[in-house]
Ligand binder design. Structure first.
Ligand code: HEM
Length: 423
């Protein structure tokens, strides 16, 4: 296994070496949990993966072209904000952040916003968190694949059952969409996937059709949901926790939002270009609170080289995003939370710093970056606009980490909210 921990070698591998590092290692457990490697996230670098990625990118682009993201977020915020305002004293904001993010991705995929007690929301979040927590340390079955045939561990069986429950939720939603599909009204990402299949049917393209089975399409949906929800909720949980412990930075974010957006309306996607300090603060949250510290493992497609070393075909390659974000050669006062490092001399968001790579890069770079960036910004800016956030007295100012999954999680914490800008 090779671990790349500096931006020079990461850029060489992911960007300059074309597809050499674009494969994924094969794990039997992934193969089983993705109904036979029919997903995007863990799939090998094959024409089928390329087709699904292309269709998913196009479908997300279609969705993002209008202002549906903003509409769905505003609807969700109108549900969440009054509930948050009613919280008395210190509380854990996790459930509200979960709902805001769930509603965005539920909106993207299935065109709907739900309430806090929606059964699918509650079930989905519970399953997704538990699965992230449990899968982090891997499966003994991957070392001894024969076990899949004779006896699987309790851990694998539990995760497999939870995975099947997730798949059944998505399957039901996909079937509802198929029944109500209308060519003249493409409502969301799911409709765009169904449309892609109908187009292949019209062209009688059997080869493409064989790659667009129901299983493939629901696995793509599952990817968008699972890859999108945990990463975004964790980033926002870090953001709220950082702001609670950094009152000066919080005030600067709020001054900017008050000046640009005011008090009479919610922030919009268009405001983002004028909210440079707020965006820079989010960048700094994503640097110090790296949500996916070791990315998703890559694998080499051929014999290749990186950093002057030979790397044989089929070598697992890990991108250490945490190291890139904490490299003292790249970041001045590396441990200091300082949004201004992302701003130019005019206070505008400067060119992206090379060693800031939360979404990775190259052919396997995060497929949802175009959704995640406006989504995180809108949610963060709206929370900051509405609430002053403080820590309960006696809280350790250091942020503690928890969890052992793909995603790094801040340890559960509580905050106190005070409404600002009450209309
Ligand atoms: C804070 C938010 C997010 C972060 C930090 C993040 C980060 C990442 C990272 C590090 C990877 C691995 C890239 C690689 O292998 O080099 C990845 C892959 C992926 N992400 Fe995200 N992500 C976020 C949000 C999202 C969202 C909202 C979606 C869906 C709308 C999404 C969908 C995906 C998919 C499908 C892949 C697999 C791409 C492939 O293998 O071709 N992510 N993400």
């Amino acid at each position: 296994m090779v671990v790349l921990s500096d931006i020079k070698s990461v850029t060489e591998a992911l960007v300059k070496s074309k597809a050499d590092f674009a494969d994924r290692p094969f794990y039997h457990s992934d193969h089983m949990l993705t109904e036979g490697s029919k997903d995007i996230v863990f799939a090998k670098y094959t024409p089928t993966w390329k087709l699904h990625r292309k269709i998913a990118v196009k479908a997300l682009r279609q969705y993002m072209a209008g202002n549906r993201l903003e509409e769905i977020l505003h609807a969700s915020m109108k549900l969440c904000l009054p509930l948050m305002a009613k919280e008395n004293g210190a509380f854990n904001p996790e459930n509200y952040i979960d709902l805001m993010v769930f509603n965005i991705l539920n909106g993207v995929c299935f065109g709907k916003s739900v309430e806090v007690d929606d059964p699918d929301f509650m079930k989905f979040m519970k399953l997704s968190k538990k699965m992230n927590e449990m899968t982090g340390n891997g499966f003994v079955e991957d070392m001894f694949p024969i076990m899949f045939k004779i006896w699987t561990t309790n851990k694998y069986r539990t995760i497999n059952n939870m995975n099947n429950e997730l798949i059944s939720i998505i399957k039901r939603k996909f079937e509802e969409h198929e029944e109500t599909f209308d060519l003249d009204n493409i409502r969301d990402f799911t409709d765009s996937l169904i449309l892609a299949r109908k187009e292949a049917e019209q062209e009688e393209n059997e080869e493409i059709l064989s790659k667009l089975s129901d299983t493939h399409l629901r696995q793509t949906l599952k990817d968008i949901f699972t890859a999108g929800i945990e990463t975004s909720t964790v980033t926002l949980r870090f953001a709220v926790r950082y702001m609670a412990g950094l009152p000066d930075i919080q005030s600067k974010v709020q001054e900017e939002i008050d000046r640009v957006v005011g008090k009479d309306r919610l922030p919009t996607v268009k405001d983002r270009e004028n909210l440079s300090y707020t965006e820079a603060t989010l960048h700094e949250v994503m640097r110090l609170g790296t949500a996916v510290p070791l990315g998703i493992p890559h694998s080499t497609l051929c014999d290749t080289r990186v950093g002057g070393y030979d790397v044989p075909k089929d070598t697992t390659v890990v991108i250490n995003h945490w190291a890139l974000h904490n490299d003292p050669n790249q970041w001045k006062d590396v441990n200091k939370f300082d949004p201004t490092r992302f701003l130019d001399e005019n206070g505008k968001l400067g060119k992206k710093q090379d060693s800031w790579l939360p979404f990775s890069a190259g052919r396997r770079g995060c497929l949802g970056e175009s959704v995640a960036k406006p989504e995180l910004h809108l949610i963060f800016a709206t929370i900051m606009q509405k609430f002053k956030i403080t820590l309960p007295e006696g809280t350790n100012p250091e942020i503690e980490l928890a969890g052992s999954g793909f995603v790094a999680i801040p340890a559960p914490y509580t905050v106190i909210l005070k409404e600002r800008n009450v209309l």
